[in-house]
Write a new protein. Structure first.
Lengths: 431, 431
């Protein structure tokens, strides 16, 4: 007896779309055995139907008009791999309205308009799955929704951007400057020609918004996530951090308390023995802390056509199983609470500072005086170089962002301080 | 409107059972929101109903007769946390037969009688879930069945036993002997008073059989897994391995080819930069290689009441969702192929050897001669100590087990070889 056929309509056939198409065909037999249904690609919307394709695709399936795919009554599931917020959002809303389930790998869309789309899907009783939007092939959205369903998740610490992790790894291993490492990443295809989205932390912020929404059961959008990029990190900061037993990483951090959630993306010093410190090059990792499970970590390639295709197809398979059992809507939007996001000024972390100061007696006292008056307590203060100008490295105890800003303003006004070269947060929570 | 109620019957209320009970109550509201149903513990079978309990449990629920739970028509789902093969298997078969879904954390049962139980569940259209049987709280069974459903999984490399990983970590970090580290693990509660099950690799072999069955889509039982324990590992082996850039771990290894599967549990030298090499103390980790996803790793606490309860409850939640949508049987037994297990003699790996030899000229030539005649090629041979007896460390290129055994027999017969102190496999595949 033939299996039930689930018909797919693709929006997009770029790197991820082509890989989804390729793997769906290459592993068709296994995928059908696991899903209990057969999948058939019925229609594919592309910007340029005439363009040559890297995978052998039946050209009769191609159309330049996405609405044809969205409105095709013979398409059961939309596979959105075109990206962008509009017109993608309109296509997906229309697809959902007409009873189609949707798989998307679109982090921007989910991080900004996730609520609207998930509400629409829930109201219509269809599935909207988005495993490929975070961490490439690393299973993380489904594990959070299913495998960790028993837990109150209290913390997310994650390396969500491969480009910046590659750059920081090379700076640490080779002693390169940020610009040298960026140029190398661009040569190897790990960074875009315009790398802003990655190096300024936008990409990681969108992914953290999605993860936090799922893990903390309250909606977080990209604009809720304060972020800082890695362009200011110098090889000296990395070397000093290493001496102090730390590694510098761009982390996405989320915390969940009874009253609020806390989310942010910025470079941090983490202890070099921390599981995330050893995640190198373009790899991603997500560490989750739950009240029952303790600490679990998920690790793998956070980008690329094939890994992301693995995630997208896992969503397609799950929807296929739901269609077979008429169980669409089986896993609902997880944002059943509404918690405020803690304002950035109220977040408390230790800080690492590097200062250029006049090298003469009494300078430490002047600097320490400012910290004392602002009630910021110092964990260590070390002079790293001598000369007309001396470099001083400080680490504070936990301090509110707002307090730290006041200290920095006052330090910059001190005649003995020539420059505050860098301020980097420290992450050394142990649960 | 009240939610549908799914009624649970526990078999067992030991460390894991108590933790399941506790977390089900503590996080009841979240668990119900996520599952879309409420859960109610209806009956609990324990060996000694009168015994004091570490968690406050309604004593009216307790019974000394497991059949009462299995046959209770008001129990929808059996939560099996009693362990052992019989009578557990009989209870579960009866429960399945009467239409109950089952959650079990019983690795022994699943590794030995998994097929029988899964076939029964499939025939009856109920669910049999076993996330807690491998890796404690680490999500791994469900990610393999769902998140990696697109992939042809080619390799599993895993640290599946926390006791042995703790012992090897302490030997490496503190220079302790195996016996010292074992005694320390016993003091800290990481090792049983009779540690055989862990240190001889039985525990890891059962878990690997379960993982391989799910990942490779063919049934592997515990008895298919050749295993060696860690009792022979000496602090000197660990030190020599470190000098050569390796870390010694007890690994569970599975490989999947077109023709067969390969499974084994034994100590190995892995490169110290390998993601598994940095997994220390009682932590577990599972590295999976798939043809689309590439390399992904899952890391966390592989044992303990609360982590295992997290896994068990995730299965309960999933079954609750299935009951709500009448979708039980939605994910079927994954063993839809039948592949032979490669005989141990045919497995090919590099070997590390430590030999005690007579310290005089010509000895290397005699030893190397044996390797040459048996067509085993040597990657390195280094003399580590001098004296009347010299210690020699060798690493070979990939060699079949059968060939290696012939070399060892001949070495032991050489008058210049006083002892073959250790033989450890090397794992340095890079995909």
């Amino acid at each position: 007896m033939g299996k039930q056929v689930v018909r797919l309509g693709f929006l997009g056939l770029g790197t991820v779309g082509s890989a989804v198409y390729e793997v769906l065909h290459r592993n068709a037999e296994d995928i059908a055995m696991r899903a209990g249904v057969d999948f058939q690609v019925r229609r594919i919307a592309v910007a340029h139907p005439e363009k040559p394709r890297p995978v052998p695709v039946d050209r009769d399936l191609l159309t330049g008009n996405a609405w044809e795919v969205v409105e095709d009554p013979e398409v059961d599931v939309i596979v959105e791999v075109m990206g962008g917020i509009e017109p993608t959002r309109s296509y997906l809303l229309k697809a959902i309205e007409s009873g189609k389930s949707v798989v998307t790998a679109n982090k921007q869309l989910m991080a900004n308009r996730g609520r609207e789309l998930l509400d629409a899907a829930e109201a219509r009783g269809v599935d909207l799955y988005f495993e490929g939007s975070v961490g490439g092939g690393i299973p993380i959205i489904r594990p959070l929704k299913e495998s960790l369903a028993a837990d109150r998740i209290t913390e997310i610490l994650a390396i969500l951007n491969g480009t910046t992790n590659y750059i920081l790894t090379k700076m640490a291993q080779e002693g390169w400057t940020f610009s040298q490492a960026l140029a190398d990443a661009q040569r190897r295809g790990f960074a875009e020609q315009d790398p802003t989205e990655d190096i300024d932390g936008h990409d990681a912020a969108s992914k953290l918004a999605i993860l936090a929404s799922v893990a903390f059961n309250t909606r977080v959008t990209a604009s809720d996530v304060p972020r800082e990029g890695i362009a200011k990190i110098s090889p000296r900061d990395i070397a000093y951090a290493q001496e102090l037993g730390y590694t510098i990483k761009l982390l996405a951090i989320g915390r969940n308390t009874d009253d609020h959630v806390e989310v942010r993306v910025h470079p941090v010093l983490i202890p070099s023995h921390h599981p995330l410190a050893t995640v190198s090059n373009e790899y991603n990792a997500v560490l989750i802390r739950g009240d029952a499970v303790g600490e679990v970590m998920f690790y793998g390639r956070g980008a690329g056509g094939l890994p992301t295709a693995s995630a997208v197809i896992s969503d397609i398979v799950d929807i296929g199983r739901n269609i077979r059992f008429r169980a669409n809507g089986r896993i609902r939007c997880t944002c059943y609470r509404q918690k405020p996001v803690l304002p950035a000024e109220q977040v408390e972390v230790p800080f690492y500072l590097s200062l250029q100061v006049v090298d003469r007696p009494g300078v430490f006292a002047r600097i320490a005086g400012v910290f004392g008056e602002e009630e910021v307590s110092i964990a260590s203060i070390v002079q790293k170089s001598r000369g007309e100008t001396a470099e001083v490295i400080m680490i504070t105890h936990k301090t509110r962002e707002g307090q730290m800003r006041r200290v920095l303003d006052r330090l910059r006004d001190l005649p003995v301080v020539k420059e505050v070269s860098n301020v980097i947060r420290v992450e050394d929570s142990e649960g």
